[in-house]
Design a binder for this molecule. Sequence first.
Ligand SMILES: O=P(O)(O)OC[C@H]1O[C@H](OP(=O)(O)OP(=O)(O)O)[C@H](O)[C@@H]1O
Ligand code: HPA
Ligand SMILES: [Mg+2]
Length: 183
Amino acid sequence: MPTYGKEDVKEVLYNAEQLKEKAKELARKISDDYKGKDLILIGILKGSVMFMTDLIREISIPCHIDFMDVSSYGNSSETSGVVRILKDLDFEIKGKDVLIVEDIIDTGVTLKYLMKYLSSRNPNSLEIVCMLNKAERRRVDIGVKYIGYEVPDYFLVGYGMDYAENYRQFPYVGILKEEIYKK
Ligand SMILES: O=P(O)(O)OC[C@H]1O[C@H](OP(=O)(O)OP(=O)(O)O)[C@H](O)[C@@H]1O
Ligand code: HPA
Ligand SMILES: [Mg+2]
């Protein structure tokens, strides 16, 4: 039976300090690359919340933020393949330099859909930054400009990531025990 606590985690992959440090490093690169541009960061809810807040605190150039809420995993550890938009952007992105902020890229289905959806609004540029990249599981091809850590094919929780909406609040990234989601 799950406890919804840290007992459900088999192993910690990255601790809070390592995640903060990586967010800082990525923010430095972004601040250099987007100097003089009209940068808007778009966080994809809900998974991106922790990464988004770590990242923007370290960005040293002017920028705006916005959020979209999309979901394709529901209460499962496998994507449904259907991306649902639950909340769209508040701002126009036409002519802006858009950077999508994601906690994790797994099959790539969510981002493939979002890239097409957002590019139809004619931004000046459209790129992706993710903290974690699970490349082994990729089903569709997408170009990712900034990657924090490459991760192996395990179902991960914490640092914003959930299983059936649980575990998002853990400050670290952990491997969820298989017995929790394989019944
Ligand atoms: O590359 P993919 O296979 O599409 O998976 C990645 C997406 O899945 C997770 O979101 P989810 O749909 O679970 O919604 P959530 O952020 O609210 O947890 C994660 O935050 C990414 O957005
Ligand atoms: O490993 C994962 N954990 C949580 N959510 C996810 N969405 C895609 N992959 C994952
Ligand atoms: Mg999820």
